[in-house]
Design a binder for this molecule. Structure first.
Ligand code: SF4
Length: 451
């Protein structure tokens, strides 16, 4: 999300179960469980993944694949017809499921209570990945406590399934004087403990500054929160290394498009350039520094319209072809209806580049047809080739459209460099001739899998 939102709040808000894996194996197993649980309880189940888990890889033990369920329609049509009268009923049905959800979470195997032989006055709650960081420090924590004549580890509850297992929390904290909460993201459990536990129990975590309120947890900041001395560090002299922020690929068509936009708006007063999510978001950084906003898929169009409505004279939205097809069409219809004086620049690289060069849902040739069909004046739907030698000429055409006091759409077209490489590689693989001795005893060549 734009600002590290914690998806557990959405699950609590919707009163649905949430599963929070602490490693790849759990991510695999809990995903399967989530589908089963959803079918059993007729509610969506939220699987919470955090940055470090999503960016790490590990082997997992696979379970046997299962056949797809037979096709069936809902027997109770009120589940899928959210008219007000039904919606009230659905909410009551959801409330009635809450005790079952609590029973499920209190007995869920990922919600593990460790009390036997533990210190019950000072206890710890870990959730998801926070549990791993705690485990990494547990030996040193035990050594520290022994040096303080406290022979055992704190009582501990690890949470991997929500709603918060209230019974387990109450059992953990029966004799507790203080609780440390180690959770990735926002202080979701910590906040709720204040309503669950009697006053007087000291609660430590992100809200009292024991752990950092923003950024990720790691073994070191968890260690500091547990008052374990810092680990000895190796100090290695590192030469000064220049920063290497992410950049557009060399030769990327978006680079030429951004240079064109920069040239086109040069000298204009009252300009707002909004952009969107995709490789072209990198146009916000040096050397281009063109977009002023990048919020969410499709927002460039609404925000340019909003800027124009608010009085910005030259409002320009910049959106990729795939993002436009995903969620830019509806706001463009809005701009058509109002004939908003703005220019939408569509960067058509003919592929979904950022996620690995998948095909777009509409081929490039049909993009201008769609845009005209939405009601944009065909005289102001312009297609330009995003090529370096054409930057000057393209900037003049773009400026003409920016100065036009109505809605215009300018499409910059050129294939993504990575897509081009991929296409050439696939074409060359198809054209490799199979040696006659391997596949073709007749000696005739085999091209593209066909004789
Ligand atoms: S992957 Fe394609 S669109 Fe993305 S930066 Fe590279 S060339 Fe540009």
């Amino acid at each position: 999300s734009q600002n590290e939102q914690d998806s557990r709040y959405y699950a609590a808000f919707a009163r649905i179960p949430c599963l929070e894996p602490r490693n790849q194996q759990e991510a695999y197993d809990l995903t399967r469980e989530a589908f089963d649980l959803s079918e059993r309880l007729h509610v969506p189940v939220l699987l919470r993944l955090v940055t470090r888990l999503s960016h790490a890889r590990a082997g997992v033990r696979l379970q046997a694949p299962r056949a797809q369920n037979p096709l069936s329609k809902a027997t109770d049509k009120t589940e899928w017809m959210l008219l007000p009268a039904y919606a009230r009923g659905r909410y009551n049905a959801l409330l009635q499921k809450q005790p079952e959800l609590l029973r499920w979470s209190n007995s869920h195997p990922t919600n593990r209570l460790e009390l036997e032989g533990r210190d019950t006055a000072s206890v710890v709650i870990t959730t998801g990945l926070g549990g791993n960081y705690y485990d990494e420090n547990v030996e040193d924590l035990l050594a520290l406590r022994r040096s303080q004549n406290r022979s055992s580890l704190p009582g501990r509850l690890h949470i991997g399934a929500y709603p918060i297992p209230q019974d387990l929390v109450q059992r953990l904290c029966q004799q507790a004087q203080e609780v440390m909460v180690i959770e990735e993201g926002q202080p979701f459990v910590e906040e709720r403990l204040r309503g669950l536990l009697p006053q007087g129990i000291r609660i430590h975590g992100k809200m009292d500054g024991s752990l950092p309120a923003s950024g990720e947890l790691d073994p070191d900041n968890v260690r500091a929160a547990l008052s374990i001395p810092t680990r000895p560090r190796l100090t290695v002299p590192i030469p000064e290394i220049p920063g290497r922020p992410p950049q557009l690929c060399v030769g990327c068509p978006h680079g030429d498009s951004y240079e064109t936009i920069k040239l086109a708006v040069m000298g204009l007063e009252s300009v707002a350039i909004t952009s969107d999510i995709g490789c072209y978001a990198l146009g916000a950084s040096s050397p281009y520094e063109v977009p002023e906003t990048i919020v969410c898929m499709g927002a460039s169009v609404n925000m340019a319209k909003g800027a124009a409505d608010a009085g910005i004279r030259y409002a320009i939205g910049v959106i990729g072809d795939s993002t436009f097809l995903h969620s830019g069409i509806t706001p463009l219809i809005d701009a058509v209806a109002a004939n908003t004086p703005m220019t939408l620049v569509v960067l058509d690289n003919s592929i979904v580049a950022m996620t690995g060069c998948q095909d777009t849902i509409l081929p490039s040739q049909r993009l201008p047809i769609l845009i005209k069909a939405l009601g944009v004046d065909p005289l102001h739907v312009v297609e330009l080739e995003a090529k370096r030698p054409l930057i000057g000429a393209n900037a003049e055409i773009l400026k003409r459209e920016i100065l036009y006091r109505g809605l215009s759409v300018v499409i910059f077209k050129r294939e993504c460099i990575e897509a081009l490489k991929k296409r050439k590689k696939e074409a060359s693989a198809r054209s490799i001739k199979t040696p006659p001795s391997c596949a073709d005893p007749t000696g005739e060549s085999v091209v593209g899998g066909e004789k």
